[in-house]
Design a protein around this ligand. Sequence first.
Ligand code: SF4
Length: 550
Amino acid sequence: MEAIGNLRSTDISSSQGPELTCYDDEPEDILTLQQFYELGAARNELHKRFSEIRNATRSDYMDEYARIQVAPEFECLRTRKSDINSHWILRLACAANPEAARKFVSTELILFTLRYQASNDEQKRLFFQKYSIAFQQFESDDDFKEFIPRLKKQGLSDPTFSDKTELSNISKENYYLVNFSVCPFLVERRMVYLNGGIAFLHYKHLIYVLEPFFTKYQEMEIAKSKKLLETLSTTHSHLVTYLEAMVRRPVSNLGGSDIDGSALQTLTGENIDAFAQRSFPPCMLNMHNHLRKDHHLKYDARVQYGLFIKGCGMSLDESISLFRSEYTHSIPENKFDREYAYGIRYNYGLEGKRVNFTPKDCQFLIRHPGNTLEVNGCPFARLTQDELKPFLLDNCGLAVIGREDQDKQSSGDIEDVVGVQNGEKLDGIDSAGIIIEYIYNNTGAKHFHRACAEFFRIRHKGFNPFEQSPLTSPMAYFEKSRRWLNDQEIKRKETLIRNQREAGTSKGNLVRPLNQQQIQGAVQTPLRANLQTPLKVEIESLNNKNVEND
Ligand code: SF4
């Protein structure tokens, strides 16, 4: 095998564990093509693990981080050398694609933050020293004493401060003096004491300064990698093919309206339109449609919708990428990153208070219905009965009849009058007029959840899971809908398998009956195969084809 790489030296030893770094050291090791590919693929797998954590909070990430550090498949994190090499390779692989590059930086930032939190003081000190991060400290006790009363007055600079804190317990070693411009987030939220352009930063808040520092560094390094990739594409085109294969997203059959009913499918920017049409309640479907149409949601709707899709299992990366793809119709990307990406990360517990925010329930959405010009809140609570009709017609794929239209029922053509999605037949609907009247009456009587449950029934062929236990949240609506679609899919596959078995038996073949677990597996397996197999196949085929020749 040909060796790859002839890169600048680092003085790291393979026996040392990963260090806090911005990965500006280029690997100098001699790698075989296979090692090169395996390291990059392992790092890519690591990124996938982080982006697939559902409803991730900081503690979820920390748990996952603890798991991957001992998992044998993540050898790429075991030593400094493999950590730096794998980072560098994957960065190169992502550099040419802006979306992949953004995801790369955002996952590496999570890894960096976790590693920073797990590092001891000495490791942090070495990091500051290496990157000449000039955090001055108070030189003399007298200087510090002068500063304490003002600090205490503000009270916010030290997260451990309370009224009872003794002055003698405040250590000058806990404070750093930095230019206010490096910590705009803390200044904005009055979390630092400011004097003459200098921010007095408590060490627990240092991470807020380091995150933008690390991100900026990565963006610079990505730009360098992109240039290198351009050179490689003329000199080592086979290597570029390897890199492209490494990060190529597996082709999914989940996009568009092709989703099946599996409740286990993950919500992504690619398949969200189909999920929304099939399984979002009117409040969220309305916000989703507005996001797609106007490429913008006002603050309340953004929070309610953002938390809902998080609750439905959309990863942070997917969520940022969905909002970015819409917002950048009308604003530049850097404005989106500056003004909106923070709020999304905040919802996922990665900024500010770092709390695991949960989706809003119906009670909240009903009590905060928004005004008529807005799209947040519960539409049944916000809209008048006259407004409800066009709303259901325009936004929810539901045709509504009023009393004057009821004679249409007699035609027996139920699709003419009630709801109607993708040409589906609506089984189990007794009378369109009664349904609409029911929705109207319940809206009028402020039984909004009953109106919504009826809406669910119309959209799910007469099935209403909210008869015994009332609908309490958009999440419950979504989950019941996914479960129902999943059951439909299982039934469909059961019928298919039964038919195949019967056909097999009739030809004299012996076919064992499948149990429930196997039937469930028959539904789920294609999904897993679609997500994972192509990548592995690609690695093997590339290795077989090219490694020995290179
Ligand atoms: Fe959304 Fe609940 Fe209103 Fe239904 S009742 S539209 S789920 S807020």
